[in-house]
Design a protein around this ligand. Structure first.
Ligand SMILES: Cc1cc2nc3c(=O)[nH]c(=O)nc-3n(C[C@H](O)[C@H](O)[C@H](O)COP(=O)(O)OP(=O)(O)OC[C@H]3O[C@@H](n4cnc5c(N)ncnc54)[C@H](O)[C@@H]3O)c2cc1C
Length: 394
């Protein structure tokens, strides 16, 4: 019998598999696709902190970035610049493959074309139903890790409950003759969210947006506008789509089961970026599961410590990020423009950059710092904050 079955060969699934296999656990990863790295709908921006923390293979990095320019709805610009690289754009296919190769090297086994349709628990084992190539069979293990990405139906069937809020992201590979840095756009192309243009390899980039309604139609319209302005060569491109959880499901653990990554809603609600938080949680998941296996206690009560541990690390970010996201969705274009004006004219951007309050991953510090400025809270008509604006524990 396997010690652990991992459902999903994405980055978080492969990372948990690797960490457990490194400790001599017998691990089997099931991936529904024919190979890893099939996620084409991801911009692939990760922070330098993520690159360093997880020793990301430099061969998967397409480009390093140290500047981002934000555009308000009326075209007002805010340029955030640091001398050192702040983020990297990765090739998702190469990245997922490299994470899986590391897991395999540590001893994890991969089965492809294998969709898990059901998980059950009987006595001292978890049983998964594997379906592929017109056949189905069952495989057992002591525990299961759900790393199947954004998949609310699957989460519900596994007893985790669906994500309570989500958004759809859509993206296209575009020719970008003049793009050199990340550009983020706020306005009617993506109400309540944002659009982005990100350079990848020479002359190419990714354009995308997040939206609760008609993401595809909105992106098409915006691409035409970008083509007219000469930002991209053509709007005649293929769109891809993906769901992004904005909140975790009801539980991220159960009897002989834990969930990681998008399946556990470990995603920045501000931007929808999930790779780094997913990997951080994968480390926690592997450590707790390893100890629970050693103690032969894989009860839901014991595995609840996983949810407590990852929330200790990421909970405040998710809570404040989600609060900021909901506030932003309620803001008018006029209010967004006004905030841009205040930040620029008062030099708040420079102050935040200098105080190291602006971080690529940890947004709660920037949010709470911004809310210390009365001009901003007045514009937002905020009277009381649902959290203390000082003492930010990560
Ligand atoms: C438009 C868009 C842009 C994004 N840009 C960024 C970005 O720039 N930076 C960032 O950090 N994040 C970004 N994200 C989010 C990022 O893609 C996810 O957070 C990340 O992929 C989560 O990794 P994961 O391993 O949890 O899930 P996934 O990468 O989704 O992997 C899950 C795997 O499980 C497999 N699977 C699913 N169901 C089953 C099943 N039943 N049986 C077997 N296998 C199964 C899938 O085929 C897949 O391989 C973006 C998302 C979108 C939609």
């Amino acid at each position: 019998m396997y010690d652990v079955i991992v459902i999903g060969g994405g980055p978080t699934g492969s990372h948990v598999a690797r960490r457990l296999a490194e400790k001599d656990c017998k691990v089997l990863v099931f991936e529904r696709k024919a190979e890893v790295g099939g996620k084409d709908c991801c911009t692939g921006i990760i922070s330098q902190e993520c690159v360093n923390s997880f020793d990301i293979d430099s061969r998967v990095i397409l480009r390093e970035l140290n500047t981002a320019t934000l555009f308000s709805p009326s075209g007002n610009m805010l340029r955030l610049y640091r001398k050192e690289p702040q983020a990297a754009v990765i090739d998702r296919y190469a990245f997922d493959t490299s994470m899986a190769e590391r897991a395999k090297k540590a001893g994890a086994e991969y089965h492809f074309n294998s969709r898990i349709t059901d998980i059950s628990v009987a006595g001292d084992r978890a049983i998964v139903n594997v379906s592929g190539k017109g056949k189905s069979h069952q495989v057992t293990a002591k525990a299961v890790v759900v790393a199947s990405g954004f998949n609310p139906g699957f989460n519900e069937r596994a007893g985790l409950g669906a994500s309570k809020d989500y958004v759809v992201g859509t993206q296209a590979e575009v020719e970008t003759p003049v793009l050199e840095e990340i550009e983020v756009y706020f306005g009617d192309m993506a109400p309540g969210f944002f659009g982005w243009l990100v350079p990848t390899a020479q002359g190419m980039g990714r354009a995308g947006l997040l939206s609760r309604m008609e993401p595809g139609a909105r992106l098409k319209k915006w691409l035409h506008l970008l083509a007219e302005r000469g930002k991209i060569a053509s709007a005649d491109v293929k769109l891809s789509y993906g769901g992004i959880p904005l909140k975790p499901p009801l539980h991220t653990y159960g009897e002989r089961m834990i969930a990681v990554g998008d399946a556990a809603g470990q995603v920045k609600p501000t931007t929808g970026g999930g790779i780094y938080f997913g990997l951080l949680a994968a480390d926690i998941a592997a450590a707790i599961l390893y100890q629970a296996l050693a103690d032969n206690d894989l009860s839901a009560k014991r595995l609840a410590s996983y949810e407590r541990a990852w929330r200790k690390k990421l909970g405040r970010e998710l809570r404040i990020g989600y609060w900021a996201r909901k506030l932003f969705e309620r803001m008018s274009e006029k209010q967004i423009d006004r905030i841009f004006e205040i930040i620029k004219s008062s030099g708040i951007d420079e102050a935040l950059l200098k105080a190291k309050d602006i971080s690529f991953d940890w947004h709660s510090r920037a949010i709470t710092s911004l809310l210390k400025y009365q001009m901003i809270t007045r514009t937002l008509k905020l009277i009381k904050l649902p959290f203390r604006s000082i003492s930010i524990d990560r």
